[in-house]
Design a protein around this ligand. Sequence first.
Ligand SMILES: [Zn+2]
Length: 141
Amino acid sequence: MSRKMSKQQEARLSHKRMSDRDYRDPWRNLWVFKTDGGRCMICWERCNVLEVHEIPRGPHRKAALTQTSCFLATCRACHQGELDSMGIPEQLAIKRALDPEHYDRIRVNLIRARQPEAITEEEVDEALTRLQKEKPWLIQP
Ligand SMILES: [Zn+2]
């Protein structure tokens, strides 16, 4: 059987992508607008286009698409670069420092199908201390 998609399959897939975008984008964009002040949360550069990164990955990402506790606003370069290899405690530390209103460590642990204390507040504290050496805009809350 051919591995190439039929026109019908392609149409179905692009329709699905489009409807995913439709349902989640208005308020994801609103969150970005309210939260980041136009800056990437990873490199602190101002940019015109920010992407939403979900902290939970793989099979857990789908559940994270509608959870502001899981979001980081990031430029494309950081999304595909630094964030790709960044640990979860570090990502939570950035969330707590720059979007404390939506920070919810226990919820992120649960969405990742882990125990509520799988990543502890102490781990987030330590990650923040490490990150502050190279990212001085991450002020201690
Ligand atoms: Zn960036």
